[in-house]
Design a binder for this molecule. Structure first.
Ligand code: T5A
Length: 208
């Protein structure tokens, strides 16, 4: 099973992945916890280039870097894990590309999706948990750093990303839009409920 967590910067993806992973372990399931761009040696090297604030990377180059990392990620991490029957929890996947490169950078969405499908070979998540947090709220959580080129983009860029995510929640299949602004444990309860509604055998409604 392939579960992806998405949202703007500081939306709480890593926090919720950690809580879901802990609850799965309590049920005797050891998930594969991974992230994009990254998750492989090549992917982490590509991430370092893509997010380096000292490098000039234009929008198309940025898209192709994300997709290069994704191609390796799908073939080396996700497909083998799914073939072994594992639960994969990923911090970001293709919705990030649609929201950041399609929405934020205003690249043509149909081309972005076409190229993404080449990178993924058509592998879609079983469920995407989209944590809905507005840009200022995510920013106020204080992890925004000058060491990440994309995080350091102007506010209007991040507003376009946030708008694009909300549009994608309506247009893409298998996306659960979760209010991300509450207390961490309340957000987690909503995340678990969404997972339990779709896959009650793996994510028991009352936990383990
Ligand atoms: N990118 C990526 C693209 O442009 N295209 C692509 O195709 C892909 C795959 C990756 C960058 O690459 C871009 C997008 C990004 O700019 P990243 O590491 O995913 O970077 O970056 P972030 O999303 O910025 O990661 P963060 O770690 O900042 O955000 P998270 O994981 O969403 O948030 P988290 O859980 O670390 O929480 C942030 C802080 O808030 C607190 C946490 O304790 C933490 O301190 N927090 C809460 N506080 C109060 N209430 C809650 N409910 C909270 N939840 C978390």
């Amino acid at each position: 099973m392939f579960i992806v967590f998405e949202g703007v910067e500081g939306s709480g993806k890593s926090t919720q992945i950690r809580l879901v992973a802990e609850s799965l372990r309590a049920c005797g399931i050891e998930p594969v916890v991974t992230r994009e761009p990254g998750g492989t040696a090549a992917g982490e090297a590509i991430r370092a280039v893509a997010l380096d604030p000292d490098l000039h990377v234009d929008a198309v180059a940025e898209l192709l870097l994300m997709l290069a990392a994704r191609s390796v990620f799908v073939r080396e991490v996700v497909r083998p894990a799914l073939a072994a029957g594992r639960v994969v929890l990923s911090d970001r996947y293709e919705l990030s590309t649609f929201a950041y490169q399609g929405g934020g950078r205003s690249l043509p969405m149909d081309k972005v999706k076409e190229l993404n499908a080449v990178a993924t070979g058509g592998l879609r998540p079983d469920l995407c948990i989209l944590l809905d947090v507005d840009v200022e709220h995510g920013r106020a959580r204080g992890r925004w750093s000058a060491t990440d080129r994309i995080e350091g983009e102007e506010r209007s860029f991040h507003e376009r990303v946030a708008r694009s995510y909300r549009d994608l929640a309506r247009s893409e299949p298998d996306v659960a839009l979760i209010e991300g602004r509450g207390e961490i444990q309340d957000v987690f309860a909503a995340v678990w409920e969404a997972l339990a509604t779709s896959f009650p055998e793996t994510f028991p409604p009352r936990g383990c």
